[in-house]
Design a protein around this ligand. Structure first.
Ligand code: PEP
Ligand code: MG
Length: 760
């Protein structure tokens, strides 16, 4: 990384003069008037104008040299209207030889601009938001040079200080909240991880205040930049070292990959060059970084491709870190003096950055961006931290220290909530805490019905962080380990060694409890970032799950080898997902048998091997006799099974609620399956979401199910329900109503539970 030295240049002179006027006497408008005159003279332009953003997204002409003076405060353009509005809408410069020929040109007679042909407009940006536009016009048709554009952008950057300073229009007016920033607000978002959390806002990337924009000596600025770059590099190195030792974090989440990518960007000369060029034009190192930072943020708003957005986010994050090093304000908020109850507010955040914070103090997360499958959502769910994503404008509307409530369950964020709202939320939190304490007390009690039937409760897991919950919740084991989750949060396919290490740690942390490993179940909504685009017309029924791993046996072979190696001298339970016919199970089992033989020759021999299938495709039940002869256990994935049974995409809100899980046909299916498995002594587990809901679990137990696997947080509520029900009574009732032709048995089951003291 090398930073070239600066030469004295015209743009520096221009900046210096602008700065001098800004600091000089006169009202803000008078000074702005002088500035546009200086710019016009410097650029040999006939017109230079400044438009400032007013409330309601309108750009108002505030100063001009060249256009009619009457037009000042009179000419107003909406964002998107005219060339000026176009620049604001797209947050990027527009350089036109013939502005009048541009489809967006809007003629305003009061300005007298019909005689000008060429025009260049650059956005005035502040914190990634447009707060004005600086425009230059000439009579002749000319294209402004790149240097001229650069010089204008730098001036715009300095002007941003003046506009944002509140002398031209009030600061409140520049806020997107139109002056209601300090009133309570309720912002909508999307639930990325469930729960409710209350605390004080901590901004993940606090805004750095730059008080010096223009520099006298570029050499000195470049030296400071070099020093800060060194600091940043060292810091990234340290972070890389630190995360490689994080305990409890899934190795396959490897934040190291993410940091490595950061380091590569930091060494990218294009990025550095842009900052260096800005220093050459007379900006301070901070202002130069800020300029590149603002450009990036403005561009981010235009990009919809999620991969590119992630990369731009990385760049932005780096710029922010560099600014912190330059300003000496460097300290990740994660290591600062933080409140006991933190609601973290960020544009987006990576899993490693999240883990920088003491997670025992994190009460919630509110993100401007973020998606359900984003890595941070997966990690937060494992840590039981509620997350709201897609909260538009949260960074502009929330100040550090603001009281916040993340109500992810109802997809809303309360900013500076009123007493009434707080009281309601406090009630909900108290009730939750009491129930949690109750569940903790029940930890070592058996999940036994009042008439003595033992039900095996297990957890579904996917990250190493989940595994301690098995022990904490008092579950019997891991009924479903979703091996694809570690694959999904990595940036490259884990190799056999990585996988072996990961599975080995899962065994260790499970402390001897059985772990059922499901082989890779990707496709559908579970995409691997490093695999080719698998966009399909109908992904739920497409090339997914076992279909992929049978078509690409190398993936399955590697995974099975890793599992066999990790289970040397341990019990290995392997389960194949989405089996639609016995032949598929046979094919997968054959691969396993070959690998068991191969690994045995290398000295890796599991103590016991049991092989099962997931029943998620209805067709399989009609091959039950052949299937049950082959498998040691069966697990029903009701999430997939029910969508296929009812031909109803579970992700489609239009049909949500049309079919109920507690319907007579589901009961008939389950009852038949229980009978078949009991006859052949095959263990049967339900591991879809329905197993974790107390009313559904009650019905399943009534149908004869003895094993359930669910999210760790559901173990307490389901155990409480089990310990309050009489299996024989429920069974009798369920059998008596399952022949009904109503669409749902839910209300009857609920009434039964209430009448019989079953705790739901
Ligand atoms: C299911 O389909 O019910 C299941 C447990 O698998 P997943 O939710 O991982 O698709
Ligand atoms: Mg499934």
């Amino acid at each position: 990384m090398s930073i070239p030295s600066a030469a004295v240049s015209g743009p520096r002179r221009l900046l210096k003069r602008v700065r001098d006027v800004m600091a000089g006497p006169g009202t803000a408008e008078e000074r702005l008037g002088q500035i546009v005159t200086i710019i016009a003279a410097d650029m040999v332009a006939e017109v230079c104008s400044v438009y400032v953003m007013r409330a309601g997204e309108v750009l108002e002409l505030f100063a001009t040299c060249g256009l009619s003076k009457e037009a000042v405060h009179m000419t107003r353009l909406r964002v998107g209207e005219g060339i000026v509005g176009f620049v604001a809408a797209h947050a990027r410069p527009l350089n036109l030889k013939d502005a009048q020929g541009h489809p967006n040109f809007a003629y305003r007679p009061e300005t007298g601009e019909e005689i000008y042909h060429s025009m260049i407009g650059v956005p005035i940006l502040r914190g990634g938001r447009i707060i004005g536009v600086l425009a230059v016009q000439n009579r002749t048709e000319r294209l402004y040079s790149e240097d001229e554009q650069e010089a204008l952008e730098n001036v715009a950057m300095v002007l941003a200080e003046m506009v944002a300073g509140g002398e031209l229009v009030s600061r409140e007016e520049l806020l997107p909240t139109d002056g209601i920033a300090l009133l309570p607000l309720r912002l909508g978002g999307a639930r990325l991880a469930p729960g409710i959390g209350k605390g004080l806002a901590v901004l993940h990337e606090p805004r750095i205040v730059i008080d010096r924009m223009v520099a006298e000596d570029p050499e000195e600025e470049l030296a400071r930049l070099r020093e800060a770059m060194r600091g940043l590099q060292n810091h990234l190195d340290k972070m890389l070292e630190a995360v490689s030792g994080i305990d409890g974090l899934d190795e396959a989440d490897d934040p190291g990959d993410i940091l490595e990518a950061y380091r590569m960007i930091a060494q990218d000369t294009g990025w550095l060059n842009r900052i260096t060029e800005a220093v050459h034009t007379g900006l301070t190192a901070e202002a130069a970084v800020q300029k590149v930072h603002d450009d990036t943020r403005a561009r981010m708003a235009q990009v919809s491709d999620p991969y590119l957005r992630e990369r731009l986010h990385d760049l932005e994050d780096l710029a922010n870190r560099l600014l912190q090093h330059l300003s000496g304000q460097y300290q990740s908020p994660a290591f600062g003096d933080l409140p006991d109850d933190i609601i973290l507010v960020a544009r987006n955040i990576g899993p490693a950055e999240l883990l920088d914070y003491d997670h025992t103090r994190l009460r919630g997360l509110a993100l401007e961006e973020g998606s359900h499958t984003s890595h941070v959502a997966i990690v937060a769910r494992a840590l039981d931290i509620p997350v709201l994503g897609g909260v538009k404008g949260v960074l502009d509307k929330v100040e550090g220290g603001d009281p916040l409530i993340v109500d992810a369950d109802n997809a809303q964020l309360f900013v500076r909530p009123t007493e009434d709202v707080r009281a309601v939320i406090d009630g909900a939190l108290k009730a939750r805490a009491e129930r949690k304490a109750l569940y903790a007390q029940m930890r070592d009690m058996p999940a036994r019905t009042t008439d003595g039937a033992d039900i095996s409760l297990n957890v579904n897991a996917g990250l190493l962080i989940d595994v301690p919950h098995v022990v904490e919740s008092g579950a019997d084991g891991i009924g479903l380990y979703r091996t694809e989750i570690p694959f999904m949060v990595r940036s490259a396919m884990p190799d056999i060694t990585d996988q072996t290490r990961l599975y080995d740690r899962i065994f260790e942390q499970a402390e001897g409890r059985p772990v059922v490993f499901r082989t890779l179940d990707v496709g559908g909504d579970k995409l691997l970032p490093y695999w080719e685009d698998m966009t399909e017309e109908n992904p739920a029924m497409g090339w997914r799950s076992i279909r992929i791993t049978l078509d690409r046996p190398a993936v399955l072979v590697h995974q099975l080898r890793a599992l066999i190696r990790a289970s040397h001298d341990r019990d290995l339970y392997v389960m194949f997902p989405m089996i639609a016919e016995v032949a598929e199970f046979d094919q997968a089992k054959e691969v396993l048998d070959q690998q068991l033989k191969r690994e045995a020759a290398r000295g890796f021999v599991p103590r016991k091997v049991e092989v099962g299938a997931m029943l998620e495709v209805p067709a399989l039940i009609w091959q039950a006799p052949a299937l049950l002869e082959r498998v040691d256990f069966l697990s029903v994935g009701t999430n997939d099974l029910l969508q296929f049974m009812f031909a109803a995409d579970r992700g489609n809100p239009r049909i949500e609620g049309r079919y109920d899980t507690l319907s007579p046909s589901v009961f008939a299916f389950m009852r038949q399956l229980v009978t078949l498995c009991d006859q052949r002594n095959v263990r049967l587990t339900i591991c879809g979401e329905m197993a974790g809901r107390p009313l559904e679990a009650m019905a399943l137990i009534g149908l004869g199910i003895k094993r359930l696997s669910m999210a760790p947080a559901s173990v307490g509520p389901v155990k409480e329900m089990v310990r309050s029900m009489c299996k024989a009574e429920v069974e009798q009732y369920v059998l008596s109503i399952m022949g009904s032709s109503t669409r749902s048995l839910r209300s009857r089951l609920k009434a039964f539970a209430i009448d019989h003291g079953v705790k739901l």
